[in-house]
Design a protein around this ligand. Structure first.
Ligand code: IFM
Length: 475
């Protein structure tokens, strides 16, 4: 069967500044929290860092030429705040601004639309030294930084995202400690989640008041959380809390102007100091957005485990579930469910898939080819799920595959590869993978063929999984 996508559907690929640019110490760029975090042995696999990454800072013209060859309509990339303001506030580094201006011009010249994220985790270290996102000043500085970027690029860039995956920037960075700055304190993580959203609100306000034109959204990583044992009341409650911290804690303030009451109550009972929840700040963070960006990878199942503080929800895959090299289960029906939930429960009218992809351990064959058939399969499953969501009436206007090239995968260094394009990190040679060739065909045909047997099996799977349960406290 051929799955065809709406006319004008935007096919793109994504990346982020620290993961691809390299040139970490060039042209006046300041230190970021990731530069600092990577220096501590044990933080990053094999002691890697993003100092050189894919060297896109110097090779952006070649990369844009490759995007053009693939037929990409759009490229989602981010701005490195320390390139623009080395100290995070005050002085502006003209060379940094000029780099992004050249990149934008190159993209537009190739007929590729830039989609720009203002913050994909590379906070200037100078701001972290003053408390990072725990300090309300950082939110104010973020609003000012956003204005500098809008002023420089707003004449040509018409699609913006304020933050990427605030869950990771708050919780993984400040509670789990597996991302920079590597803090392990839950109250800090909650406070960071709050002031990230104040910063988001200030950037949004600046965009609206500046009349730059175009649209602005945010990219959230949202994934379903189900009880591991659906008969267990404890697992069911754990799944609601796991959903609460990953999904509702980040959706509700944006779309409802409140934090989920059940989670607030749970954290209060655990004795955790909560963010201030000021009325004017809640209003700021819940200003109207033009679209919601969804980063979807995989669902997980929750087991009640009091040792897993504070949600008491340990996440697992059911036995024998196929999963990627990162142990992320293959759960494409969850992608469809999440899209339907955003529309049905939150009334989201416009969605952009800002990330979706899988990690593999790719090999360059003796013929010089990269046959990543598992990525092709992942994409087929997820694009078919997206197609079903479109058919169900969810308005998704584009899809940004993660990622354009292999890149620096944070704590996992260069070990897991997500790209449509293979990077040889010794020579910086680019090789279009089998998945990149396949994706180029999808773009050219605005769709792809998929087996009827697979579609029939998904129909059966959907009816056996049943409808997603929504918690009382939130969605
Ligand atoms: O590489 C990351 C990206 O920076 C944020 N979303 C998930 C990707 C894969 O882990």
């Amino acid at each position: 069967m051929k799955l065809t996508f709406p006319k004008d559907f935007i096919w793109g690929a994504a990346s982020a500044s620290y993961q691809v640019e390299g040139a970490a110490f060039e042209d006046g760029r300041g230190e970021s929290i990731w530069d600092r975090y990577c220096q501590t042995p044990g933080n990053i696999e094999a002691g890697d860092s993003g100092a050189a990454a894919c060297d896109q800072y110097h090779r952006y013209k070649d990369d844009v030429a490759l995007m053009k060859k693939m037929g990409l309509h759009a490229y989602r990339c981010s701005i490195g705040w320390p390139r623009i303001q080395p100290d995070g506030a005050g002085a502006v580094n003209q060379k940094g601004l000029d780099y992004y201006s050249r990149l934008v011009d190159e993209l537009l010249g190739a007929g590729i639309t830039p989609f720009i994220t203002l913050y994909h985790w590379d906070l200037p270290q100078a701001l972290q030294d003053r408390g990072g996102w725990c300090n309300p000043d950082t939110a104010k500085y973020f609003g000012a930084y956003a204005g500098i970027v809008f002023d420089k690029l707003g004449d040509r860039v018409k699609h913006w995202m304020t933050l990427n995956e605030p869950y990771c920037a708050a919780i993984v960075s400040n509670h789990v400690g597996r991302h920079a700055p590597g803090i392990r304190d839950f109250a800090t993580a909650l406070r960071v989640s709050y002031f990230l959203y104040v910063g988001h609100g200030l950037a949004l306000k600046c965009f609206r008041e500046g009349n730059y034109g175009g649209d602005i959204g945010i990219a959230l990583n949202l994934m379903n959380r189900m009880p591991y044992n659906p008969q267990s009341e404890a697992d069911k409650a754990a799944a609601v809390r796991a959903d609460g911290i990953l999904n509702r804690w980040f959706l509700d303030p944006l779309l409802r102007g409140t934090y989920p009451a059940d989670m607030v109550e749970w954290y209060r009972r655990k004795g955790i100091t909560l963010p201030p929840f000021e009325t004017d700040e809640l209003r700021l963070m819940s200003q109207k957005l033009d679209f919601i960006g969804l980063n979807y990878y995989n669902d997980a199942w929750a087991v009640h485990n009091p040792a897993d503080w504070p949600e008491e929800a340990e996440l697992r895959n059911p036995p024998h579930t196929p999963a990627s090299v990162r142990d992320w289960a293959l759960t494409e029906t969850g992608f469809e469910k999440m899209l339907i939930r955003l529309k049905a429960k939150y009334g989201v009218q416009k969605i952009l898939i800002t990330e979706n992809g899988t990690a593999t351990h790719d090999l360059v064959s003796v013929e010089g080819r990269v046959e990543d058939s598992q990525r092709v399969d992942y994409l087929k499953r997820h694009l078919a799920a997206l197609h079903r969501a479109l058919a169900a009436g969810v308005n998704v206007f584009g899809y940004m595959q993660w990622s354009f090239t292999d890149n620096f995968e944070w704590a996992f260094g260069y070990d897991s590869r997500f790209g449509l394009v293979y990077i040889d990190y010794v020579t910086q040679k680019r090789i279009l993978k089998q998945s990149g060739e396949w994706y180029a065909q999808v773009i050219a045909n605005n769709g792809f063929d998929i087996s009827d047997d697979y579609l029939a099996s998904i129909g059966a799977l959907k009816s056996s999984v049943g409808a997603l349960k929504f918690s009382k406290g939130g969605a």
